[in-house]
Design a protein around this ligand. Structure first.
Ligand code: MN
Length: 254
């Protein structure tokens, strides 16, 4: 069994180390991850500057490959060039912080798993729903191992991936596992505008945490109730109901 691991928190992140340790008991683990934190990099890829890859040593003495590229670059590099053999599974994480609702499109963690799916390798992303320094990664790592063996048994259809969020609570406080859909979060609209020492304005996005909309069946609600949320995600972003609607607009042949 061969695993390719990556993340968006950087190659030295604790979550990646804990994940690698958990999956090594099941097979061969190779890591290709960004050489620095790349959270919220989305599905960005690097086309206009060279990518470098260096071998680095992790905190447990094992080695990994680090790239100056994005999480998606790392998966593409690994699958197209760096790995001698194709992995059976791409796992991205364990991210520090939730990837719920529209986070999916902002997330480097989820995008890396998407890149795996695009390149035809089963993939899942896994996140712990807390940014806290002491966020517990072990329950997520144990679940990653369980999920990996189920995926290897059942497979995942082409063009799809799984997005997993694990509540940031001790194992015994996890309420269970729910298969969910993508929920909604209201992101704060505030932008901080300040003035730099040269008198020019600069802007700061983010800061306040998003407000969760607790709809039944969503990843957002499952995490709020301490369930592990598994959301199947498809790469086809087409809005099918709009196809007949747009066809009626009379946009004409050209
Ligand atoms: Mn991250």
């Amino acid at each position: 069994m061969r695993f390719l691991l990556t993340n968006d928190d950087g190659v030295q992140a604790e979550g990646l180390l804990v994940l690698a340790k958990a999956l090594r008991s099941m097979g061969e683990v190779q890591i290709v991850a960004p050489d620095r934190p790349r959270s919220a990099s989305g599905h960005s890829i690097t086309l206009h500057k060279p990518l470098r890859v260096t071998r680095v040593r992790l905190a447990d003495g094992s080695t990994a490959l680090a790239s100056n590229g994005t999480p998606s670059d790392c998966v593409a590099l690994a699958l197209r060039s760096l790995l001698d053999e194709r992995p059976d599974l791409v796992v991205s994480g364990i991210n520090r912080g939730p990837n719920l609702g529209m986070d999916l499109t902002y997330s480097g963690t989820v995008s890396a798993a998407m890149e795996g799916a695009i390149l035809g390798v089963p993939a899942f992303a896994i996140s712990v729903a807390s940014y806290a320094e002491d966020a517990p990664f072990e329950p997520a790592a144990r679940f990653a191992r369980r999920l990996a063996s189920e995926i290897l048994l059942h497979g995942i259809p082409p063009q799809s991936l799984l997005n997993v969020n694990v509540p940031a609570v001790p194992e015994e406080a996890i309420a269970g596992i729910q298969v969910t859909r993508v929920g909604r979060r209201h992101y704060p609209e505030t932008v901080v505008k300040r003035t730099d020492p040269f008198g020019r304005a600069y802007y700061w996005l983010g800061g306040d945490p998003p407000e969760d909309v607790l709809e039944e069946g969503t990843d957002v609600k499952a995490i709020a109730e301490n369930y592990i949320a598994i959301t199947p995600v498809h790469l086809d972003l087409t809005c099918y109901p709009l196809i007949p609607e747009l066809s009626r607009w009379g946009l004409g042949p050209r």
